[in-house]
Design a protein around this ligand. Structure first.
Ligand SMILES: *[C@@H]1O[C@H](CO)[C@@H](O)[C@H](O)[C@H]1NC(C)=O
Ligand SMILES: *[C@@H]1O[C@H](CO)[C@@H](O)[C@H](O)[C@H]1NC(C)=O
Ligand SMILES: *[C@@H]1O[C@H](CO)[C@@H](O)[C@H](O)[C@H]1NC(C)=O
Length: 352
């Protein structure tokens, strides 16, 4: 039942491959934020300040916290297993063989560099040690150990699957939590999307051929947003119980991103760009959790009864003292309550 969500995610990716069947890949190289980080903040042991480095993170699959924002695996773990590749090691892990994959994703990552936020008075809202440009630099530093010289790299990278994203979630968290108006946040969207598409273009320049570019999630369905911005006016909510104005922002981002990917695709006939539609997947899980084998919709499991009705309390997030997790994570009760994003149970369970 959990795999159903993953399978339909894979299906979405496969249909956008225009009918081609699955090929095998030599490696997967992933870039992203907490949705796909597989432990870059925990390479020397998880730091005690990192809530995602504390139990019950990791409990459902690894039996210990691994630095993943999940009780189990994340989507890129399922993709690696689907393609018969090892789980992607975090790129910061020393002495590691990255020839079958590396994961540059890091919790809190933004698409934009720090100066973008600083110039908008948001520098202190960002705790990000690896924005997209930096992650691409990390990858370039690994390339000699992965594939040697430029021509060998072209061949290896053309047989690898690249995943760039999701990026953007933290770029929107920062100004929204920082009190900027949504009108202002809308003006950031083209900058963020351009940064993502130029990241894709850089990877193409290095030799990437198959690149998946996921869009952002319906942030108006996140328990964190629902708790912070809850409203007594029912018309602020959509039919799924999510805050409409934030989902509108997510959809606007995704619309521009899809346009950007399309223009890149027409510029580079030899590459295969794929849009990863997390938005629709997660919306369907919110709409009908039971058809994904889940019991609960928007209520987090790992948290603390606090404000509102989502079991989300910013002062007792998952992994902090005062929080607790429910006993049936397989029913959608276990959740990654990310410091920044407060992932909901069904998102975690894509990768449980
Ligand atoms: C990895 O190596 C770098 C450079 O030698 C070092 O600074 C870092 O502390 C090492 N990390 C771990 C987790 O050992
Ligand atoms: C409720 O929200 C809608 C749209 O979000 C707005 O048009 C309407 O004026 C609001 N009603 C109240 C009573 O604030
Ligand atoms: C899971 O969460 C739901 C909704 O908060 C709650 O009713 C249920 O009792 C929880 N289950 C367990 C086993 O904690």
């Amino acid at each position: 039942m959990l795999t159903k969500a993953v399978v339909s995610l894979l299906f979405l990716l496969s249909v956008s491959r225009c009918g081609t069947s699955w090929q095998s890949y030599d490696a997967i190289y992933n870039f992203g934020d907490s949705i796909s980080d597989t432990g870059n903040l925990c390479t020397g042991g998880c730091p005690s300040w990192l809530t995602m480095g504390q139990p019950p993170y990791g409990t459902s699959y690894f039996g210990r916290p691994t630095g993943r924002c999940s009780d189990g695996r994340v989507v890129v773990d399922f993709l690696a297993q689907f393609f018969g590749l090892p789980l992607l090691p975090p790129s910061k892990r020393n002495g590691t063989d990255f020839r079958k994959g590396a994961n540059m994703a890091i919790i809190g990552a933004t698409a934009m560099n720090l100066d973008f936020f600083q110039s908008r008075g948001l520098g202190s809202s960002i705790w990000n040690n690896g924005p997209l440009d930096t992650q691409i630099q990390w990858f370039q530093q690994l390339m000699p150990s992965i594939c040697g010289g430029a021509s060998d790299c072209r061949s290896h990278l053309s047989n690898s699957l690249f995943i760039l994203g999701e990026f953007g979630g933290n770029d929107y968290n920062a100004p929204i939590f920082g009190g900027k108006s949504l009108d202002e946040v809308y003006t950031y969207v083209p900058h963020i999307v351009n940064k993502i598409t130029s990241g894709v273009e850089t990877l193409i320049g290095l030799g990437a051929v198959d690149v998946v570019v996921p869009g952002v999630l319906p942030i108006g369905c996140f328990p964190l947003y629902l708790t912070l911005y809850g409203s007594s006016n029912q018309s602020d909510y959509d039919g799924d119980g999510c805050l409409e104005r934030f989902n509108d922002l997510s959809r606007y981002h995704n619309q521009l991103l899809k346009q950007g990917i399309c223009s890149l695709q027409s510029k580079y006939a030899g590459v295969r760009l794929m849009y990863g539609d997390f938005y629709t997947q997660v919306t369907e899980m919110v709409r009908s959790p039971r058809s994904f084998g889940l019991e609960y919709g928007l209520t987090v499991c790992c948290g603390a009864s606090g404000q509102g009705s989502y079991n989300y309390n910013n002062k007792a997030r998952c992994g902090m003292s005062g929080s607790s997790a429910c006993k049936d994570p397989q029913n959608g009760n276990a959740t990654c309550t990310n410091d920044l994003q407060a992932f909901t149970g069904w998102l975690t369970l894509i990768g449980q």
